[in-house]
Every structure is written in C-alpha cells, then in structure tokens.
Design a protein around this ligand. Structure first.
Ligand code: JBK
Length: 278
C-alpha cells in the first residue's frame, strides 16, 4: 500500500517515521512520501493562498499548485491493476483510481468502518488544507484521476488537515497485515464489534484500597468472558448510546439480552430500543 501526503508543513508529518507506522515503512509493508505543496508552485514567492471570491475572513488555497502536485503524484505511482476489471485482449490493463482524501470539518465522518474500507486500497493520497480550505474546483477536477472523499475526524475545529492525516494514516496503516504484531489485538479493541472495550487491569491486584474485580483472578474463562461482555455493554450504554442504537443485536445471547434489559433496553426486530423514558 502506498500513501502520499501533500502539505505546506511537511515537518508536521514527521511522527509517521516513528513507532508502528515507522517500522512498517522500514519493513516495506507500506510506502509513505510527504510532499511540500510549495515545491509545486511556479512563482518566486511560492504562493499557495489568496483572498476568497465573495469576500469574508481568511485565505483560500489556490488551485494551480494543488493540480500540479496531484498530477505529478498520480503519474509517479502507477497504481496496481484493478483486479475487478476485465480488460479486453491486447488493451492496457484497466487501472483503479487512487483515492484522494481531503480532511475537512465538512466531510463524512472517519470511523473504524471507513478505516477498514480504505485499508483495502492500493494508493491513498492525502491533501492537507490550511486556512479556510482549498478552492472547490480542485476537488471537482481531481475526480477524473482520483476517487475523491472529504473526510472529517469529528465536529471540532483544527488549524489544518495535518493532524487529521496523522490520525487516519495510523488508523488505516495498522490494519495492513503484518503492521500490528499480534492480529488478535485488532479483534479485541473498541469499535471493532461496534461496542466500546471492557475495562482492563494489571498487577498489583490490590492498589490504594482498590481491588481488581475478583472474577478476573478466578481463572474461570467463561465467567471472565461474561463479565467483560457485560461491561462492554454497560460502558457503551453509559458513554455512547448512539453506538447501541446502531447495533445489530439479533444474534445476542439470552445473557446479553438480559444485560441490555437491565440497562433499560429491549430487543425489537434485532435492535436495542430504550424501554424507559430516559
Ligand atoms: C477539521 O478532519 N477534520 O476533522 C478537520 C480537518 C481540517 C480542518 C478541521 O477543522 N475538523
């Protein structure tokens, strides 16, 4: 898998040399290049922004440097052939478009589900906007060479797309086979099954008058699994009821349904629905 990131602050992406993602790069599991948008400018001042048409505060990123950068990046890294497409005999194999991700507070929300989807791509290009954003025509024009997606980390304001790219590259990169040493840790984490993770404890078993829940010391793996499942459901109901509302609970066991009931939910048509007014 290949990642390209375009930014006016390439140093902002330096953390991608570290830890799991940095190791994956040196191991050859993923390729990642960071490009300085200013290197695609033509003028002496290396201008990347200008005032917005229609007026208003702030500056807008000019289209020309972006077009040059996106053109060069698409040309430099010919993506793998589209396995789904069946080229006619003798014709050049059909190429799958790379995906252009534009972090923006106005984008679709980045979720674990989207991370899985994007981890299946061969080539992701991230365009980091600053100021008030990138001239809208760039995104329209880029759709010829790229599958373009505006993606938001969440409903809050950042100064630019760089921090969002750090988060997305980490979330996507760790799903590539071999990047995370123990693939089991991918199964047992928050959001992988639509619920929050259960609480975890380590030694000492008693610390400042607080004891680790006794069942976890019992060695009874059936009881431990039940305890953890119950706490996943409790936490999710308390902190993220929106996740419970979306969950398919049609395959929930009698025990799981009982926990839901105690938390104020009934199972109706495979969904957890609140049975209390709260
Ligand atoms: C925000 O991805 N985001 O969430 C994002 C990207 C760029 C600017 C922003 O304010 N929220």
């Amino acid at each position: 898998m290949r990642f390209d990131v375009v930014s006016i602050f390439p140093e902002y992406l330096a953390p991608l040399e570290l830890s799991l993602i940095g190791k994956a790069r040196t191991d050859g599991l993923l390729e990642l290049a960071v490009h300085d948008l200013r290197s695609y400018t033509q003028d002496r001042h290396r201008t990347v922004d200008d005032t917005p048409y229609g007026g208003g505060a702030g500056m807008v990123m000019k289209p020309e440097p972006w077009a040059q950068a996106l053109e060069d990046i698409a040309a430099a890294a010919p993506p793998a052939p589209d396995k789904a497409a069946a080229p006619s005999p003798g014709a050049a194999p059909a190429r799958k478009k790379p995906t252009l991700i534009v972090p923006s507070p106005a984008g679709e929300v980045f979720t674990q589900q989207l991370a899985y989807e994007l981890a299946g791509e061969d080539h992701l290009v991230f365009a980091c906007g600053r100021y008030e954003g990138i001239d809208e025509r760039v995104l329209e024009w880029a759709a010829e060479q790229y599958t373009v997606r505006s993606v938001s980390l969440g409903d809050y304001v950042l100064n630019g797309g760089e921090v969002a790219v750090l988060a997305m590259v980490e979330a996507i990169g760790r799903l590539i086979p071999g990047v995370v040493g123990n693939p089991e840790s991918l199964v047992e984490e928050s959001h992988s099954d639509g619920l929050l993770e259960y609480p975890v404890y380590t030694k000492p078993s008693s610390w400042r008058d607080r004891d680790v829940p006794e069942v976890l010391l019992s060695g009874n793996h059936g009881k431990i699994a039940k305890f953890r499942r119950e706490h996943q459901l409790r936490r999710t109901a308390a902190r993220r009821p929106d996740l419970l509302d979306k969950l398919d609970v049609s395959n929930f066991s009698k025990t799981e349904r009982n926990v839901l009931w105690e938390l104020g939910y009934a199972v109706v048509d495979g969904r957890a629905v609140r049975r209390t007014g709260k």
